[in-house]
Design a protein around this ligand. Sequence first.
Ligand code: ASP
Length: 336
Amino acid sequence: MYSRRKFIKVSTLAASTLAIPVKAADILTNEKRPPVVISTWDFGIPANKEAWRILSKGGRALDAVEAGVRIPEADLNNHSVGRAGYPDRDGIVTLDACIMDEFGNCGSVAALEDIDHPISVARLVMEKTPHVMLVGEGAKQFALEMGFKEQKLLTPESEKAWKEWLKTAKYNPVINVENQLYRPDKLPGNQYNHDTIGMLALDEKGNLSGACTTSGMAFKLHGRVGDSPIIGAGLYVDNEIGGATSTGVGEEVIRNVGSFLVVELMRNGYTPYEACREAVNRIIKKKPERAKSLQVGFLALNKKGEYGAYAIQKGFSYAVCTGENQEGLFASKSHY
Ligand code: ASP
């Protein structure tokens, strides 16, 4: 465990004799800890596996979460994240993503068009600009300047689903569609996929990072941005306390600044599970009737590597990797 005495000793030494600038997080790195990576939904399993390749070699949590969520972003069977995400009501695919590191740095893109891997663009916003968030045309322009290639994101399957949806054009979110993700043909025409990958990792140095990426609600209004690229809503990381991420109807998460709330509750002594449950209950309390027909789930990881999740409705699954073995778990649900 990190000891206060050791901290003081190391920082004094660094300041007086070595004169090497030492970042606060580096000072906490004297002892290695077992890494852990968790992420939302079943598609978190292959994503965690990729993140684990980095974590298991002593890599940085930030690199792990970026690499991890790139897996579902590239998966052409995944219609709620990245490349093959379902379009908005005008048939345009717009992607949202954000990333946050152990120093509290963060980057985000929203309503990004024609560019693959929004998470990597978000990371470059964090690392190469003085800003946190770029949107729409500006985000695309930045990505092109950074060497990303323009490409058509609308796949034939997504286009087919959109045309099917146009027959009724009803905006009717379905709770927990992720389990049918790989069988979109089974969805009735007026229903659609949503679901985001949110990933949190703790590396062996004890540093936390998180990433969150989505194509948002399918058939949304053009220009709609959900919680996923909003720091504090879809993702929040505080390296002293823990991290949280969310999935589900983004508007409700934004209204409650969900992920920030979960982290603050952990700061006040809640376990990750209790913090997620309290954040869900706040959403329900404000709109009990509305909450009956929507899904929001939170996932949290604290500095000790403990994790938990909670959702309004049953069926929210998440993936945990603490070693070579992966686990897929279902979150507890509210009383609905
Ligand atoms: N939170 C995402 C959004 O509102 C969608 C989801 O996770 O289901 O864009």
